[in-house]
Design a protein around this ligand. Structure first.
Ligand code: NDP
Ligand SMILES: O=CC(=O)O
Length: 342
């Protein structure tokens, strides 16, 4: 495109313009909510003008980039392991052999990398995105990293004259596939407004949280709650079984009460069967707990439940479960139970 497809319609009928959640969407998005922190969208139609780059095509990056292509965007991709670009190229994406190449050929570049180290390397390292950036361009880092790393990346990016937005996401593989992510953004507000149509293709809501670091902090707080919930749930499943109850019944009981959560209903049945196909890799959940512990330390707040949960994820990693879904943390608990019974 230079511009993504615009399914024109008048401002008089905004309801018709809202994206259909869970269905492939063309790029037609409301702009009026772009400076709001509510995450709700409504208002007039805007069109994204420009080429979009995407760096990092793992579990999350691939479906996010794919949704942009399906929405009509002109997308250029790069991934460290080149073969992961192939499905995107089949959908119509272009390829550049380095992050710098992507950034220089695109107006806005998204990055979805594993951790702080890879996010910094891809943005600021040799042949990194910063080498291809210039005034007028934008860089949006959607990886989950700590605030200090995000600030470092942001400073490097803005020193080129380009603008920077951090925008980690809440939501896993399926929400990424369905375009139902929640964006937790912070940084350059005009870049936020500019990329809002793209965020609305990939997500169901977006929050603008102010200065760089706030999006990262919000994401880490959310994920530390999630990681601890998963450990508590694992303990419950195992205890129910050990006292002679059917853990499937526990999943059903929980689903009907005040502590019902989609995560328990979605992941419980496979945990009972000890099946852990990966949506959110356990190594990334442990990384998030590690970063959340450092965040809490920075304001001298104890988070003892998270600290205990982190130890269990570390134990799971040492059992070889790093690349399994994070629900495999229950295996570390089983190992502890076995050891205590010896
Ligand atoms: N999966 C999930 O449910 C969610 C994940 N997240 C967060 O999103 C980010 C990505 O997650 P996800 O897609 O699951 O992770 P994956 O492990 O599937 O993908 C990681 C990506 O980072 C790349 N990468 C890793 N190390 C380097 C490096 N040194 N240099 C260049 N590229 C590198 C990988 O490249 P290669 O293919 O070559 O290995 C791959 O593209 C993480 O920060 C995670 O915490 C956020 C919300 C949900
Ligand atoms: O970061 C993981 C998620 O499910 O959100």
């Amino acid at each position: 495109m230079a511009a993504a497809a615009f399914l024109g319609a008048s401002r008089a009928a905004p309801a018709l313009l809202l994206p259909s959640r869970g269905l492939p969407r063309r790029l037609l998005v409301s702009a009026a909510s772009s400076s709001s922190s509510s995450g709700e969208g409504a208002g007039g139609v805007v069109e994204f003008q420009g080429k979009v780059g995407f760096l990092g095509l793992g579990i999350m990056g691939a479906p996010m980039a794919s949704n942009l292509i399906k929405a009509g965007c002109d997308v250029t991709v790069w991934n460290r392991t080149k073969s992961k670009c192939d499905p995107l190229l089949s959908l119509g994406a272009k390829y550049e052999p380095s992050p710098a190449g992507v950034a220089s050929s695109c107006d806005v570049t998204f990055a979805m990398l594993a951790d702080p180290q890879s996010a910094a390397e891809v943005a600021c390292g040799a042949n990194g995105a910063a080498e291809g950036l210039a005034p007028g361009k934008g860089y949006v880092d959607v990886s989950t990293v700590d605030g200090a790393t995000s600030k470092l990346i942001g400073e490097h990016i803005t020193s080129t004259g380009a603008s920077f937005l951090e925008a980690p996401v809440s939501g896993s593989k399926k929400p990424a596939e369905d375009g139902l992510l929640i964006f937790l953004t912070a940084g350059d507000e005009s870049l936020y407004k500019r990329v809002a149509p793209l965020l609305d293709v990939m997500g169901k809501s977006r929050f603008y949280l102010g200065d760089v670091g706030n999006g990262a902090a919000m994401k880490l707080v959310v994920n530390m709650v999630m990681g601890s919930m998963m450990v508590s749930f694992s303990e419950g499943l195992l205890l129910s079984e050990n006292v002679g109850l059917d853990p499937n019944t526990l999943v059903e009981v929980i689903s009907q009460g005040a502590i019902s959560a989609p995560m328990f209903s979605l992941k419980g049945p496979s945990m009972v069967k000890a099946a852990y196909p990966t949506a959110f890799p356990l190594k990334h959940q442990q990384k998030d707990l590690r970063l959340a512990l450092a965040l809490a330390e920075s304001v001298s707040q104890p988070i003892p439940t998270v600290a205990a949960a982190n130890e269990l994820y570390k134990a799971a990693k040492s059992l070889g479960l790093a690349d399994h879904d994070f629900k495999a943390v229950i295996e570390a608990l089983k190992a502890k139970v076995e050891n205590s019974q010896k």
